[in-house]
Design a protein around this ligand. Sequence first.
Ligand code: SF4
Length: 442
Amino acid sequence: MTQLLYMETFGCQMNERDSEIMAQLLGEHSYVQTDTPEQADVVVVNTCSIRGKAAHKAYSCFGRYKKLKEKHHDFILAVTGCVAQQDGAALLERMPYIDIVMGPQSIYALPSLVAAFRRDRKPLVATDLSAEFIIPPFLPNLAEGPAHKRFITIMQGCDNFCTYCVVPYTRGREISRSFADILAEATHLVEQGVKEITLIGQNVNSYGKKGDAAQHKSFPELLRAVAGIDGLKRLRFTTSHPKDLSEDLMRCFAEIPVLCPHFHLPVQSGSNSILKQMNRKYTIESYLDKVARLREYRPDIALTTDIIVGFPGETDDDFAATMQIMETVQYHGAYSFKYSDRPNAKAADFPGKVAEEVKTGRLARLQARQEEIALAFKQAEIGKAVEVMVEGASKAPANQWSGRTGTNQIVNFSCERKLVPGELLVVEIEGACQNSLRGKMI
Ligand code: SF4
């Protein structure tokens, strides 16, 4: 009998991909996704706790499901992701209406956990982290997620222990998936019509550094192999740690035609003393050197970054150095946040916490400047013809479509004919606003 599944996902692309995997796993047990939680037999909430704000969003969403349960909707509520891993059994004590708590390494057991709960009606917790965890081989069912572009998880966890970050405690130690599995999954996807693949992991630059050397190769080798799949039009990857960015990887941007000219390179701070406190293991000088090398290999590359303001001990001078790095690099985009203490993360115990209003003021200044820089990049595109991959039709008006450039900019454009997501075409850019470009197909 068909059962209905409702999924709510917070956070990063790793979580988005994990949600697709869970939907597929339950799909193999006759679950079909629904858009309305009121109708669901199983609700899965995939949480993120990278920042305090993200974790609060998850907690407030649990409250909504509590209310739904009180209205006698009899569904199984399963919580996964980093909040589930972090809080474990304590989550069940505080919120007894949750039925299953499972960490990111346990998502592959979701069907058996749901079956066990149905049978025994007893709450379940699955949050073991194993150093030997292997990402199961997986050939995705295209019923889940978009048909023209997909994520492939190439590694899990992280060994870097940046002092502000929970990931090594919630996703476990770094593990690379086998080269052959990834290639088989990518080949399968392209054979099914997928045009764009994004390889994802917490730090893809260190892919293959841990594990069976006979099985694992380097990340540049993986990129070259996936890029060689006949029919693949675009290849992307995220996220990268600057300390592990090799010359060989930078060279890929000059040598692999389908590799999109976009690099997300988190800087986090412009101050060497703060970077040291963050345990980032690079200096601003070495970071800027890599930025320059990347631009030599691919002059049109768009760089984006992550920045934390108000890390413990951050002075006005440290923050000025972060503002300076934005001027020097000129990022196409930046995800910027106020520092918040995270459970288990070392920096939670650091002295010199920055006052909330100071963090708020610094973040506002940084974001205002970044918006100007990003808008200037977009305005510089006006009059140019750019290649766009079609994402889909706009809801209104008619004949309006949306797509993305290789640099990952959204382009809204007009075209009289019906287009297919994944189609590549050329658009003349006529206008720019903060979040997108506008043009017409030529
Ligand atoms: S590299 Fe640092 S910030 Fe990124 S996941 Fe690992 S510990 Fe967290």
